[in-house]
Design a protein around this ligand. Structure first.
Ligand code: ATP
Length: 514
């Protein structure tokens, strides 16, 4: 655990030191769970958004994008169920006066049981060596079987109680499991209550004519209310999708873990409109397609898993999360939800407008079903950043800190370094810099010894360094160094653009899982 905490602290301080993420309004001591993307962070975030947009919109003939407003007519949120049901179950500790999400307390308890299971597995693996059969061990070791049963039973009961809105049972569960306040160890809990997560605000100047508004808690509703406009003007035929990226706001209770859970964050969502009855087929399709997108970035298959929901949201008939192994364990990164016709039907009812699709093949109109893929851009940023930050032992015994960002996402693609600051080398280096700028974000660095400059670029995540030396003046060749392998190659200046382009190209990366 201490190790995980240390790694996470490193991620946060590296993000600040290398200009990726700053605490918001830091000169006023920051604002809790609000962060600003800095000069490198904004580029990485933009590249992740683009990688998603290209895969989802550009590469799918039947998916188009929109950009709806953050403010929406307030009835939207009555229809969507957010006014009545967008709540978290909260519990207060009477001694510490701290507030927690009741379901998170129980889930953290289960995570501790899972940690015990993993410890047993690691111990056995050591004991049995190569002969170790993990599956057999998990299924037969009495202690592990017991832990697994406990964990399943707790999650099942939590799911059922939340589903039935039986908050008294959630409290009973917390008491039976003897869960304590993580900060003080106190067991003196209040009852569990529901708390609405939407931020309210007002539209208009005078107090009596002002209209109550909400900051959108998800981008999805902007797609649903535009469904018919887009379908008609785009002459789209089912199945088709509408994608959108943008800010969403939630008054989260437990906003911690850096940019994992923020009160202002960005979503990348796609709603796929389908014929009723085909939802399971599309649910499977989108689960697979979205996982492939993640895998294309090469961040390790073992770092992902699906978590199918026991407790379904009021609108869903099937739901699964793609979980990622963050520095603090496996957590939700993306949700894939079969939303049925819930949203469109609700908007029909509240707006008194027909939101139906005329299916020429069936010769009838119906309210389409919807399959949603929804991923947090900031969470994806954290997944990429934390997974990329590595410390390596080198052959000469020294260590290097390297940010192995997938090259397609890296903020700066190449750094140009004159070996020394004289003999005309800076002039040649600057010429290369000016030329490559047309295609990529390029850095120029002439300070310090070249070894230190390499380290600086490694830590900033730049995939290529190009060094201009005295031979360059003779034969127009330079050294190109790869961040991950540290391999160096001599190439012609005019080849640089092609070499870099090939490895930072979206096509090259997305094709990997085709
Ligand atoms: P969680 O269970 O972690 O609160 P959720 O199930 O409420 O998430 P969804 O409503 O399905 O999340 O939203 C889709 C995606 O938006 C999530 O998978 C996550 O990546 C992202 N997301 C949700 N809430 C936040 C937040 N407060 N900060 C950052 N990203 C978020």
């Amino acid at each position: 655990m201490a190790n995980q905490d240390d790694q996470f602290k490193k991620v946060i301080s590296h993000a600040k030191e290398y200009g990726y993420i700053f605490p918001s309004s830091e000169i006023y001591d920051g604002l809790s769970a609000v962060y600003d993307y800095a000069q490198n962070g904004v580029e990485l975030k933009k590249n992740i958004r683009e990688y998603w947009w290209k895969a989802m919109v550009q590469m799918h003939d039947n998916i188009v994008g929109i950009d709806a407003s953050i403010f929406m007519h307030p009835t939207t949120w009555k229809a969507s169920g957010h006014v009545d049901a967008f709540n978290d179950p909260l519990i207060d500790n009477k001694d510490s006066k701290k507030r927690y999400r009741a379901d998170v307390l129980v889930e953290d308890h289960v995570a501790k049981i899972e940690a015990k299971i993993n410890k047993e597995i690691a111990k056995a693996q050591k004991r049995f060596g190569d002969a170790f059969d993990k599956e057999q061990f998990v299924n037969t070791n009495p202690r592990v079987v017991k832990y697994n049963e406990q964990a399943q039973a707790i999650l099942k009961r939590l799911g059922q109680s939340l589903e039935k809105e039986d908050l008294a049972d959630v409290k009973a569960l917390i008491e039976e499991l003897e869960i304590v306040d993580p900060e003080t160890g106190s067991k003196n809990w209040t009852d569990v209550k529901q708390f609405n997560l939407m931020f309210g605000t007002k539209l208009g100047a005078s107090a009596d004519s002002a209209m109550d508004l909400y900051l959108r808690p998800e981008t999805a509703q902007g797609i649903f209310v535009n469904f018919l406009n887009v379908q008609k003007t785009g002459r789209l035929k089912i199945p088709f999708g509408i994608a959108q990226t943008g800010k969403a706001f939630r008054n989260e209770i437990v906003a911690r873990q850096f940019i994992f859970r923020m009160r202002e964050f960005e979503q990348m969502e796609m709603q796929f409109f389908i014929k009723p009855g085909t939802q399971i087929e599309w649910y499977d399709y989108w689960k697979e397609t979205r996982l492939k997108w993640h895998l294309s970035l090469g961040m390790g298959e073992d770092n992902y898993r699906f978590h199918d929901h026991e407790k379904l949201a009021h609108y869903a008939d099937a739901a699964s999360d793609i979980e990622f192994k963050f520095p603090f364990g496996f957590k939700e990164l993306e949700g894939i939800h079969s939303r049925t016709d819930f949203d469109l039907s609700q908007h029909e009812q509240f707006s008194n407008k027909k939101l139906q699709y005329f299916d020429p093949e069936e010769n009838k109109s119906y309210v389409p079903y919807v399959l949603e893929t929804s991923i947090g851009l900031d969470r994806m940023f954290l997944a990429v950043f934390s997974n990329s930050l590595q410390e390596e032992e080198l052959e000469n015994g020294s260590t290097r800190t390297v940010l192995k960002l997938p090259a397609v996402l890296a903020p700066t693609k190449v750094a140009i370094l004159p070996l020394v600051k004289k003999d005309g080398l800076p002039e040649v280096a600057k010429k290369i810099f000016e030329d490559l700028k047309w295609d990529f974000n390029v850095a120029y660095d002439e300070k310090d010894a070249v070894g230190r400059r390499y380290r600086r670029q490694d830590a900033a995540g730049t995939p290529f360094c190009v060094t201009v030396d005295h031979d360059t003046l003779e034969d127009n060749t330079v050294t190109i160094r790869h961040r991950d392998t540290m391999e160096q190659k001599r190439v012609k200046i005019e080849e640089l653009q092609e070499i870099v382009k090939k490895e930072v190209d979206v096509r090259y990366w997305l094709m990997k899982t085709k």
